[in-house]
Design a protein around this ligand. Structure first.
Ligand code: GDP
Ligand code: IMO
Ligand code: MG
Length: 503
């Protein structure tokens, strides 16, 4: 790390954000943890317990779903906040607080926006039941149904758990509307869904009491309210004051732009806006109040969990179907033991994809699912940067160090039927350099690659940008030219220290 340059760079910033340019899991947690040294306040603004942010400190791995990734910096003057845009699941937050307290981490300085929409047990059930048909491959954490209720004006809010009668009245009215759907779900089916291997770890829903108003009211306005009362704030007042006091504020994004409800690949999206605009709003700010955005980009490959188009996926449809069907890290480690070198040079794309998954440790931090792997797609990246801005933080650059060749997608060949798209007609064989977010079109886009030499040396211990192999710098320069972007940081390992500043 060119520490001095980086520190100097941060001196004139007051609000900075970490937002992902891909389908999530790009190492946001690591960057947030790192930037937390600089920050006085760290705010999560989007998503919910669908997120899994991994932080490695001195070789020890920590995964957070809801609590901001700045929490490991437990100095008394750092404040971590759950913003108004977060799908707030009190059960998960309390569970994470207990884990942190057990590890002697200071949790006094957590704050929670009184306006965050509130997760209820039936949101988790509806998510799991509806995804059986929708086949998005959601995390089953209730995200879609809760944000749907928010938009439909059927949502409860954090503030409601402190007002028992208000909570009960709203719950009765909103449950009345829900019941027509919920009554169609029988408990046997619910149990079978709950037993789905990707959904069992971590969070469950209370299936016995799913429609039991008294039980929900008691739990939320009783135990949950008692545990959370001291953390509640008016977020907008809090950030306004913090800005006046010249505090450094860090916004922690969740998911990634290509999953955003506004910009992501249609249907196969999450339900909040993970772009910088949605993140700022979810943190109680306007996006023009953000001084700098770290656009986190996995390189020189990318991943996706759950279903949906992924033009550069190694192994294509075979990989998508395989990753949708309950394979685990342990199973793959056993099945492919000792075969990594062979996998990485295999003719078969699927096998090379498995090789990259093994190299990068690409297994879901929330659901444990195998992440689909493929080459870095610059068409998709340039699209994402339209909304997240020109600055790129490259992560996991160490992962492909064993490969002889690296490929980057620079265009697509459209192979589907003739179709109308944004004022033009797309015909089979057309080459396009834009990203059609409609999944029915994107599924028919085949990548056209530019190939680069690999570097075949370990870069994970390098500290200075100039020490990086020429081949790595050549690819980085190409990405900057192609996207008209600027790379600020290159991450070469999961640990805090494995970070190189290009500033
Ligand atoms: P997030 O959701 O964006 O915070 O990312 P995840 O935590 O889901 O996944 C990123 C994974 O990559 C985690 O296991 C991190 O510890 C790890 N990681 C982050 N940066 C690097 C890096 O530069 N190199 C390597 N090898 N691993 C990294
Ligand atoms: P972080 O913050 C990767 C994906 C799910 C699914 C789709 C919809 O760790 O990067 P949802 O449960 O949100 O309704 O699922 O979005 N997804 C993520 N993929 N990283 C995440 O978060 C994700 N959060 C949701 O796999 O395809
Ligand atoms: Mg993640």
């Amino acid at each position: 790390m060119r520490k001095e340059n980086f520190e100097k760079f941060m001196t004139d910033k007051q609000v900075v954000a970490v937002a992902c340019n891909q389908w999530g899991d790009t190492g946001k947690g690591k960057l947030v943890d790192l930037l937390s040294n600089w920050a006085d306040i760290i705010i999560r603004g989007t998503g919910g317990a669908n997120a899994g942010h991994t932080i490695v400190v001195d070789g020890i791995q920590n995964i957070f779903h809801l609590i901001p990734s700045g929490i490991l910096h437990d100095q008394d003057n750092k404040i971590n906040v759950l913003g108004r845009g977060v799908a707030f699941d009190p059960r998960v937050v309390i569970e994470e607080l207990d884990i942190l307290a057990g590890a002697n981490i200071n949790i006094k300085n957590l704050k929670i926006s009184h306006q965050a929409p509130l997760m209820l047990p039936y949101h988790l059930l509806i998510d799991r039941v509806s995804d059986k048909k929708q086949k998005i491959g959601t995390t089953g954490r209730g995200i879609g149904p809760l944000y749907t209720d928010f938009t439909a004006r059927h949502s409860l809010f954090v503030n409601d758990i402190f007002n028992k009668e208000v909570f009960r009245d709203k719950l009765i009215k909103f449950l009345e509307i829900k019941k027509s759907t919920l009554n169609k779900i029988d408990v046997a089916q619910a149990k079978e869904i709950l037993n789905h291997p990707h959904l069992e770890n971590g969070i469950y829903f209370d299936e016995e009491n799913i429609l039991n108003i008294d039980a929900i009211v008691d739990k939320y306005t009783g135990e949950y309210a008692d545990r959370l009362r001291d953390y509640i704030i008016d977020l907008e007042n809090f950030v306004t004051k913090a800005k006046q006091e010249k505090k450094n504020i860090l916004l922690e994004g969740a998911q990634g732009l290509l999953l955003s409800i506004d910009y992501g690949t249609t249907k196969f999206q999450t339900s909040s806006d993970c772009a910088i605009a949605g993140l700022a709003k979810g943190c109680g700010l306007r996006d023009d109040q953000v001084d700098y955005v770290f656009g986190i980009t996995k390189a020189f490959y990318m991943t996706r969990v759950g279903n949906g188009p992924f033009p550069t996926e190694l192994g294509g449809k075979q990989s998508e179907e395989y990753c949708d069907s309950n394979h685990t890290k342990d199973e793959e480690a056993k099945q492919y033991a000792g075969q990594l070198d062979k996998l990485l040079v295999a003719e078969d794309g699927f096998e090379r994809g498995v090789g990259i998954r093994l190299l990068g440790g690409e297994y879901g931090a929330t659901t444990g699912r195998t992440r689909r792997t493929g080459w870095l797609d610059l068409v998709a990246l340039k699209y994402a940067m339209q909304f997240n801005g020109p600055n790129l933080t490259l992560t996991k650059v160490d992962v492909l160090s064993r490969l002889a060749k690296i490929k980057l997608a620079v265009k697509y060949k459209y192979t589907g039927p003739e179709i109308f798209y944004a004022g033009q007609k797309l015909s089979p064989g057309d080459e396009i350099d834009f990203f059609p977010r409609f999944s029915e079109i994107l599924y028919d886009c085949q990548p056209i690659y530019q190939e680069f030499d690999g570097w075949k040396s370990d870069i994970s211990q390098l500290e200075d940008y100039d020490q990086l192999p020429e081949q790595v710098k050549k690819i980085i320069n190409f990405i900057e030219d192609y996207t008209s972007g600027k790379i600020d940081v290159v991450s070469v390992g999961p640990d805090r220290g494995q970070t190189i500043s290009k500033l």
